[in-house]
Structures are given as structure tokens and as C-alpha cells.
Design a protein around this ligand. Structure first.
Ligand code: NAD
Ligand code: TYD
Length: 341
């Protein structure tokens, strides 16, 4: 393993992976490849931009020619694929890009990798492929039951990856991460969205009663989970990367407001997300058996994350303009108006 292609590297988790790996493994070259959609942000890679073992290339995983050129130019032998449309609410408003990138794009990237003859291919997936689970914990052998267009398109990508392993004998590993939080997360996901809105004293639109449960994982622990699967995972296997830390949306919202010293009157219960999954929770013994361990507690990681958004307005203020405001209006204007009545 020498030349590692990281696709979707300018996003939230992909960039955290690159920042961590470039520093830790100077003996490998990291080629960051990203289409730079609305969620891709080259600022996320600034900390490594001058490193010798790092390069950036703009490109789409669904474009064969571009993928092929990159694989050949850099003699890529390993791929870690983070590239995705990643926000559930957007997949309800505009699903086409989700299927194009998360299913078709994975297929094209993988097929070019097969033709090029790469070694290991890691597909970064999500706990949302298991769907809503009322009780207990999802294990890797559970059936898929995705409920949103986002989750279904990620499940589609995983199935293609599995098929290439069985049919063509490709060396593939899948990781399924739980809800991830930390610095550099695009402020449409609940945590950075609520923190940055609360800083500006704006209302926080909490869907439904706010008692939905997510399993929260700090981004740096997610990154080491993927690192473990990359180096130690068994070919053809999937590994859950869980925070083992279930929290209700309403409780997280209270904690954010408390840390920022903002009033609870900012919380606005709004009409629910369509098809809203009530609970995700996973068992991650399989990854632990490979030696993976989380390093961060939820309390410390949440506090550090809220502080990061307080201290890095330069990063998020320029995002919250243009397309972002259009999306905000489409997603929240009618909901907030309905809640005011
Ligand atoms: P993100 O939206 O922040 O980043 C996605 C990146 O992919 C962006 O930089 C975007 O420009 C790029 N991209 C999109 N379409 C592309 C294409 N066709 N070709 C090349 N690049 C493209 O998402 P994230 O939160 O960093 O998620 C990364 C991966 O982890 C995704 O596959 C997601 O499904 C998975 N995941 C995310 C979470 C989470 O809580 N955020 C949890 C589990 C799994
Ligand atoms: P989100 O960050 O979109 O992640 P996911 O849907 O992939 O789990 O949402 C996390 C939870 O927060 C989810 O139950 C939906 C809820 N939520 C709100 O209540 N209001 C919001 O404005 C957003 C974005 C999410």
C-alpha cells in the first residue's frame, strides 16, 4: 500500500480522515479527490495543504474518465470512499443526486478500480441502512431496511460493493458509522446547525416532539474506526463504527443552549420530517475485536465541538450565504410558520 485515494475528502469526515492520516503516515501518499459540491469545502483541508504526501484533485466519482485518469496518474493502490450526498432532508427534497452519487457513483468508482487492479477498497457507509430500530442494537448481519432516499441510496452503494467482492474477488471492506459530530461539519446537520443558529439567537426547529434517538460518535473516533477497518478488516466484511452513546435530540439541544448561555425559548417544535426514523443504535463488538477503541467521552467531545464553532466563525459564516439560505428557506420557512400559528 503506497498511494491512497480518498474520495469525498473535502467533506466533514473525509477531511478529518485526511488530516489525521497525512500526519500519521508520512510513508504513504494521500490523493484527495472531491467534486466540491455545496458540502465540499477546500478550507477543511487547509491544515494539510503544504504537506508533501498530500495532493488535491477536483473530480466526480461518477465520471469514468476523470476517475480513470486519477487512478492511473497517481498509481493508486488503495481507495477509501467517503464521497456522498449525505443529508436526509435534502434527499427528501431532491433525491436524484443521491442515487447518482451514492449508488451509481460507487459503481463507477468501483468498476474503474477493478479495471485498474487496485488492492483494498473501503466503502464508508452508515447505520441508516438498517433503518429504524425500536429496541436493541443492529449487528452487521442484520437485513437492510432503509427508510429515506439517502439511506436507500447508501444501501444501494453497499450492495454493489458486495457484488464486486463476490463476483470479481475484489478486496473490499465496508464501515457503517453512526451519527457523527465535530469541527468542520456542514451546518445543515442538527449539531452545527443548532449551535450556529443559537449563536445568532435564531429559532431552533426541532422536528416533532424531539424524542428521536441517535447514537452520537465523535469524528476522530469515527476516523480511527475507518483506519482500523482499512488496515485490519477482513475482505468482504462490514464493520459497525458506533458511539454507543444514545441521546435524544431534545436533550442535545438543551445541552447546546446551556453551554452557549442561550434561553430555551429558542427551541421551536416544528412539523416532523417525513418518514423520520425514531431510533438508530448499533453494536460494534466486531470492530472492537480488531483492536479499535474510542478515545473521547461524549461530554468532552460535545463541549469541544460547541467551542470550536464559537471560535471559528470565519469557517461557517461564509457557508451560511447564497445556496445555503435558499435551502434554509425551502426546508424551514413553512415549518417555522406552521409552528408559530
Ligand atoms: P459531507 O456531505 O460533509 O461530505 C461529502 C463529500 O463528498 C463532500 O466534500 C462532497 O463535495 C463530496 N461529493 C459529493 N458527491 C461527490 C461526487 N459525485 N464525486 C466526488 N465527491 C463528491 O458528508 P460527511 O458527513 O463527511 O459523510 C462522509 C461519508 O460518511 C458519507 O459517505 C456518509 O454517507 C457517511 N456517513 C456520515 C455520517 C454522518 O453523521 N455525517 C455517519 C455515517 C456515515
Ligand atoms: P441529522 O443531523 O439530519 O442526521 P440524521 O437524519 O442523518 O440522523 O438529524 C439528526 C436528528 O435531528 C434527526 O432525528 C432529525 C433531527 N433534526 C431536527 O429535529 N431538526 C433539524 O433541523 C435537523 C437538521 C435535524
Amino acid at each position: 500500500m503506497k498511494n491512497i485515494l480518498v474520495t469525498g475528502a473535502a467533506g466533514f469526515i473525509g477531511s478529518a480522515f485526511v488530516r489525521y492520516m497525512v500526519e500519521k503516515y508520512p510513508q504513504y501518499n494521500f490523493i484527495a479527490y472531491d467534486k466540491l459540491t455545496y458540502a465540499g469545502n477546500i478550507d477543511n483541508l487547509l491544515p494539510v495543504s503544504d504537506e508533501e504526501n498530500y495532493r488535491f484533485e477536483r473530480g466526480d466519482i461518477a465520471e469514468r474518465g476523470a476517475v480513470r485518469r486519477t487512478l492511473q496518474t497517481h498509481q493508486i493502490d488503495t481507495v477509501v470512499n467517503f464521497a456522498a450526498e449525505s443529508h436526509v432532508d435534502r434527499s427528501i427534497l431532491a433525491p436524484d443526486e443521491f442515487v447518482m452519487t451514492n449508488t451509481v457513483g460507487v459503481h463507477i468508482l468501483l468498476d474503474e478500480c477493478r479495471l485498474h487492479g487496485i488492492g483494498r477498497f473501503v466503502q464508508v457507509s452508515t447505520d441508516e441502512v438498517y433503518g429504524d430500530i425500536e429496541t436493541g442494537f443492529s449487528v452487521e448481519s442484520d437485513p437492510f431496511a432503509p427508510n429515506s432516499p439517502y439511506a436507500a441510496s447508501k444501501a444501494g452503494g453497499e450492495l454493489i460493493v458486495r457484488a464486486y467482492h463476490i463476483t470479481h474477488g475484489m478486496d473490499v471492506v465496508v464501515t457503517r458509522g453512526s451519527n457523527t459530530f465535530g469541527p468542520y461539519q456542514y451546518p445543515e446537520k442538527i449539531l452545527p446547525f443548532f449551535v450556529t443558529e443559537a449563536i445568532d439567537d435564531n429559532l431552533l426547529p426541532l422536528y416533532g416532539d424531539g424524542t428521536q434517538v441517535r447514537d452520537w460518535l465523535y469524528v476522530e473516533d469515527h476516523v480511527t474506526g475507518i483506519e482500523t477497518a482499512l488496515f485490519k478488516g477482513k475482505s468482504g466484511e462490514a464493520y459497525n463504527v458506533a458511539g454507543e452513546n444514545q441521546q435524544r435530540n431534545i436533550d442535545i439541544t438543551h445541552r447546546i443552549l446551556k453551554q452557549l448561555g442561550k434561553p430555551e425559548t429558542l427551541i421551536k417544535h416544528v412539523p416532523d420530517r417525513e418518514g423520520h426514523d425514531r431510533r438508530y443504535a448499533m453494536n460494534c463488538d466486531k470492530l472492537r475485536a480488531l483492536g479499535w477503541q474510542r478515545k473521547y467521552t461524549f461530554d468532552d467531545a460535545l463541549e469541544a465541538t460547541v467551542r470550536w464553532y464559537q471560535q471559528n466563525e470565519w469557517w461557517w459564516r461564509k457557508i451560511k450565504t447564497g445556496e445555503y439560505l435558499e435551502y434554509y428557506k425551502r426546508q424551514y420557512a413553512a415549518r417555522l410558520a406552521a409552528a408559530q400559528e
